[in-house]
Design a protein around this ligand. Structure first.
Ligand code: HEM
Length: 127
């Protein structure tokens, strides 16, 4: 996928907006039962996705591989399933199945990232 690093950064910004708006909501409504959703959207959505984006920016060859594109989609689906699931769970409205899907996809996303970065050695991009 071309411009994968930029795509990761754009989604990270959207998660960051979602996470910080949620933080403001926690402050103004004096609620805290959704603070763990707020934390996971910010750390997994904003921080982690932004880091993926920055790394892909510095490894342009491997960022165009099929595996890197799969990583992008797995990472996004993992953030969404985990956080929507957690949100439903803390609203006492189910969510267990989504959390379990997210709990599989989040580590899978890191495994994919590891393999793509390993391939960067063969592509001559790693120093
Ligand atoms: C508009 C910006 C933000 C506001 C207003 C905000 C507000 C809050 C509030 C009210 C809580 C709940 C505290 C409690 O449990 O009573 C919280 C928890 C937390 N926030 Fe934020 N936050 C913001 C941005 C961020 C960002 C950018 C990150 C990470 C990158 C972050 C990470 C966390 C973490 C890790 C917790 C602890 C969650 C827990 O222990 O359940 N926050 N924040």
């Amino acid at each position: 996928m071309k411009k994968l690093g930029h795509n990761f950064l754009m989604t990270a910004i959207l998660y960051g907006l979602w996470g910080t708006l949620m933080g403001s909501w926690l402050v103004f409504t004096k609620q805290s039962y959704l603070s763990q959703v707020h934390a996971h959207i910010n750390l997994l959505g904003w921080v982690t996705m932004a880091l993926f984006g920055v790394f892909y920016h510095f490894y342009p060859k491997v960022s165009e591989s099929m595996l890197a594109a799969i990583h992008f989609w797995v990472a996004n689906i993992s953030v969404l399933t985990l956080n929507i699931g957690l949100w439903m769970f803390f609203e006492q409205n189910g969510g267990g199945q989504l959390i379990r899907i997210g709990a599989v996809l989040v580590p899978l996303s890191f495994i994919l990232f590891f393999i793509v970065m390993w391939q960067a050695r063969d592509a001559g991009e790693a120093n």
